[in-house]
Ligand binder design. Structure first.
Ligand SMILES: Nc1ncnc2c1ncn2[C@@H]1O[C@H](COP(=O)(O)OP(=O)(O)O)[C@@H](O)[C@H]1O
Ligand SMILES: [Mg+2]
Length: 268
């Protein structure tokens, strides 16, 4: 299947920022979008084409992705499973353009993301990709409302419209009464709901979630999961969720397993 939606020219200049989380293990480079992909309808929105990615370990080359290939339909929810170290986060980083493949490509709406140079790549990511991380990666110096509004402002939506869309989004994740709270005063589940609001407020066609319930207790994960799925489905976002959570995988339209560097339909 080919993509059916068209891409428009990019808008504002690409600013991005990076910081390390508290454990200094997970880096966060957040910059969402460039050329905007508009419209709805069925079809393939994302193609991961024969991706290869290796990392050097001393003298040895460690091939993490070995011709990983998959197509993702518009508004489809896919769970990606695989043992720790199998390359799940590497795959998401390549899809979002945070990392570059050794060979192969990623297409979003027919646009070869891997061929984009900066600053177009950053602009593309900012507009078209939403990201939800295991450790939330909220900006600690901004309050709840500012964290969510930032995703709109980076896409050129400002003033009253940005404030109204942010309020509506916070209402949808049940956090309107925490709008002006410091993010570190929120529980893990609340912080992840802020992160979900931030990832979706600018209505990206593709939403990537890397173990979004991995840092939550079972009860909290059970509350956050439906929020993520129902908002993604409501907005028609194509969602890829990396997860070890069987309930999460069950709620997906399909499950792909990353094994030996390749993506394959998981046997149930
Ligand atoms: N930037 C990097 N430099 C070196 N090795 C890396 C880098 N990123 C990932 N790896 C290695 O690639 C493998 C897959 O990592 P990752 O994608 O994080 O796995 P998963 O998310 O499935 O647990 C691991 O062995 C990891 O150590
Ligand atoms: Mg990972």
């Amino acid at each position: 299947m080919r993509a059916t939606r068209s891409c428009m020219a990019e808008t504002a200049a690409g600013d991005s920022f990076a910081y390390r989380d508290a454990s200094c293990c997970v880096f966060f480079l957040w910059a969402i979008g460039d050329a905007s992909c508009s419209g709805g309808g069925k079809g393939t929105v994302l193609i991961v084409k024969q991706l290869c990615r290796s990392f050097r370990e001393g003298e040895r080359e460690h091939r993490v992705l070995d011709h990983a290939h998959a197509e993702f339909a518009n508004a489809e929810v896919t769970a990606v499973i695989g043992r720790s170290g199998s390359g799940k986060s590497t795959l998401l980083n390549l899809i979002s353009g945070i990392d570059r493949p050794d060979s192969g490509s990623v297409e979003v709406d027919g646009l070869d993301v891997t061929a984009l140079a900066e600053p177009r790549l950053t602009l593309f990511r900012r507009k078209n990709i939403g990201f939800v991380y295991q450790f939330f990666n909220l900006v600690p110096t901004l309050d709840v409302e500012e964290n969510v509004r930032l995703a709109l402002e980076l896409n050129g939506v400002r003033g009253a419209e940005a404030r109204e869309r942010t309020s509506a989004m916070l209402r949808e994740v049940g956090l309107e009464d925490r709008a002006h709270s410091a993010v570190d005063t929120l529980s893990g589940g609340e912080q992840q709901r802020v992160a979900i609001a931030r990832a979706l407020v600018h209505r990206p066609p593709v939403l990537l979630a890397d173990e979004p319930t991995g840092n939550l207790d079972e009860e909290t994960a059970r509350q956050v999961l439906p929020v993520l799925l129902s908002l993604a489905r409501q907005r028609g976002a194509t969602l890829l969720i990396v997860t070890h959570d069987a309930a999460l995988a069950q709620a997906a339209d399909r499950v792909l397993e990353l094994r030996d560097g390749r993506l394959q339909e998981a046997s149930s």
